[in-house]
Design a protein around this ligand. Sequence first.
Ligand code: GDP
Ligand code: MG
Length: 443
Amino acid sequence: MFETLQEKLELALKKFRGQTVISEENISEAMREIRRALLEADVNLHVAKEFVDTVKEKAIGTEVKGKLMPDQLIVKIVHDELVETMGGKVSELNFSPAPPTVIMVAGLQGSGKTTFCGKLARSLRKKGRQPLLVACDIHRPAAILQLKQLGEQSKIPVFSEDSKDAVAIAQDAIAYAKKFARDIVIVDTAGRLTIDEEMMQEVENIAGAVKPTETLFVCDAMIGQDAVTTAKAFNDRLALTGIVLTKLDGDTRGGAALSVLKVIGKPIKFASMGEKLDQLEPFYPERIASRILGMGDILTLVEKAEQQFDQAQAKELEEKIRKNQFTFDDFLAQLNTIKKMGSMRDLLGLIPGMDKAMKNVTIDDKAFGKVEAIILSMTKAERTTPKIINGSRRIRIAKGSGTSVQDVNRLLKQFEEMQKLMKTISQGKRSRFMPRLPGGFGL
Ligand SMILES: Nc1nc2c(ncn2[C@@H]2O[C@H](COP(=O)(O)OP(=O)(O)O)[C@@H](O)[C@H]2O)c(=O)[nH]1
Ligand SMILES: [Mg+2]
């Protein structure tokens, strides 16, 4: 995410390393480079200018105090200004006091509307809401099917009708939601490859008929500034209440993220980071700014870990490790926790400095699958007491898991080493914390 911008900003900020004062001269030079970095990342011209002017003003007015070095100070100022440019705080969804809350989702074709609808419904349901998905993209039959499949995956009802009238479908969906106590109605609308009058008229008509509480514009962040221009055209017709940035997992240039709020004046509410249904996050300007500056994103990492890590389970595990009863079943449970947290690479990317260090390393998430298959091919007794796994058992396990005997041997050896390690740790400090599983285990 934002790799190019990150590299360029880092180069610009490096100019301050070793400097002892912030002077008009060194700041001007760095600011020229920051401006260039922003423009290359496809940030809107006015936004880039304002950004640089503000940073410059703040930097010149700041005294270098105490132990802080000029470069640290500048990074802090740039970071804070990035946060501001993206809206400062997280912007929450609004809910209607008289349910159902209607959330209309609009944007160009392929921007990720339908995927977002599926993700949003899922995340709202997790928070105890009862969403209803509504298929109003009637121009492409595949679009209705796609939404139905997304709904099915998360067991969320999808309302659709064989009708040529998107407005009528939306209205019927609301009547349905009232009748069946669905408190959120998420309306997926049609898009075109470019803005056209017919599409605009249709979404405008739907909005007029169902009066959405939220009208979200889905903005493909890979497209950069052009996406912002499209957002503006929609905002002129629809009175948007928020922006959803999608495809932030790709090689995003940053133009959309940094320009859209300043240009449209509407907050970015969500960040979509992949095709999977759980890859949606509220848009945290603070965290995105840290990522842009390559400071990693410890907050996200901590939150993800907390979500997936059950306290009671952790205690039980700690107990087992202490008593040296850690089995392959426990190991499997650990693997699943890691898997739920996302791909290994995504996770490592959140650790400061890791992104760069890992640039040329390939991490194969499939290797997890291999380890999992091997453990699943073991009998209950083998998982609890790996010592009994002799030669013929190894051959059977390899066959059963579609791996080789070498793979099985490697895993058994590593497991044994891990048990030893755990023993040392638990006999040593008696740490309250669970020892971390060696990251590269079995990979
Ligand atoms: N990498 C990535 N792909 C996405 C993301 N959101 C959607 N997509 C993909 O983009 C394509 C278009 O998405 P879709 O939801 O059908 O767009 P729509 O035409 O606006 O409804 C699909 O292949 C999605 O899987 C995202 O955040 N990251
Ligand atoms: Mg769609």
